[in-house]
Design a protein around this ligand. Structure first.
Ligand SMILES: Cc1cc2nc3c(=O)[nH]c(=O)nc-3n(C[C@H](O)[C@H](O)[C@H](O)COP(=O)(O)O)c2cc1C
Length: 284
């Protein structure tokens, strides 16, 4: 087959099943505009919106189609105050890991919106929901937790599409969550989420703007054929393309190149001049 006819065959195979361009755009927009949110407006979230977001989560992939998740919708103020107390204790323990400038930065970060958000949502995982014999679970025991994380991913993106902010709070203890919310011992609280409308979705992760971490150049994360396979210097087209704004042409009109990486991450971000996707906040 000539290169030309090969390219044509490939293009028509893609066209047969690809979603229309505006759907693709919507998906990528939701992915790139999703943010972890810690500042919320008090406005109530309509049940219909929340219902869509939960159904989107429920349509995630799950090992053996076990659907191991449950959703606890938390509006009760007293229970949330208890969670906030646990958060404060755990935050102090977290802070003890850092010193100097890093400690100062950590203490300045707002890392939750437990009481500001109009509602909190706990996504739990019930391993062995359908008994121990699960299709796809013989070799890896954590597969139900992986599945639950996929549900959270769906939820986060659907919420973004709805204009709803979501913030994941992991600075809490699962034993405390079990006690506060009467969660049985065999159920794992996977994600404690704050959910609500926002004043704005930041362009960049808050931890990036605060110079806590930077996004790594994607090509430094790609290996070819083995862990030790060449990454960026071997002339692989893919390694260059993942950093090229050109791949988004026609899909994301306001995608612009921007720098990534900070000097202290030089081991990962060499070539930090390479482009990354930086989406400007929507002005509508
Ligand atoms: C499993 C998990 C736990 C997280 N826990 C917290 C947390 O306790 N507090 C917080 O402020 N952000 C938390 N985050 C949010 C991350 O800091 C955030 O996803 C990251 O900085 C990238 O920002 P972005 O989500 O806006 O792209 C968590 C995210 C994940 C996936």
């Amino acid at each position: 087959m000539s290169q030309d006819s090969h390219d044509r065959a490939q293009a028509s195979a893609a066209n047969r099943h690809a979603l229309p361009a505006e759907y693709q755009r919507g998906l990528y927009e939701a992915i790139f505009r999703r943010r972890d949110i810690r500042e919320f407006l008090p406005d109530a979230v309509p049940d219909e919106v929340l219902a869509r977001v939960i159904v989107a989560a429920h349509h995630a992939a799950s090992v053996g189609f076990t659907q191991p998740w449950d959703f606890i919708v938390v509006r009760d103020a007293e229970r949330r105050r208890e969670v906030k107390r646990v958060f404060e204790e755990e935050r102090a323990i977290n802070a003890a890991q850092f010193s100097g400038d890093r400690l100062g930065k950590f203490l300045a970060l707002k890392l939750e919106g437990i009481l500001d958000a109009p509602l909190n949502l706990i996504v739990t995982c019930e391993p062995d929901r359908f008994g121990p014999a699960v299709l796809g679970k013989v070799s890896i025991s954590e597969v139900e937790v992986y599945s639950t994380c996929l549900a959270v991913g769906n939820l986060w993106l659907a919420a973004r599409a709805e204009g709803l902010g979501v913030g994941w709070v992991s600075i809490v203890r699962n034993d405390a969550l079990r006690e506060i919310f009467a969660i049985p011992g065999h159920i794992i609280p996977v994600a404690y989420l704050c959910v609500g409308y926002v004043q704005a979705f930041p362009d960049r992760p808050v931890l990036e703007s605060a110079e806590w971490e930077a996004r790594m150049p994607p090509r430094s994360l790609i290996h070819f054929d083995s862990w030790n396979g060449g990454t960026e210097s071997d002339g692989h087209a893919l390694a260059d393309l993942v950093q090229s704004p050109d791949i988004w042409r026609g899909l994301l009109t306001d995608a612009t190149p921007c720098d990534t990486g900070r000097p202290e991450q030089a081991h990962r971000s060499e070539g930090a001049e390479v482009p990354n996707i930086n989406l400007k906040a929507r002005r509508d």
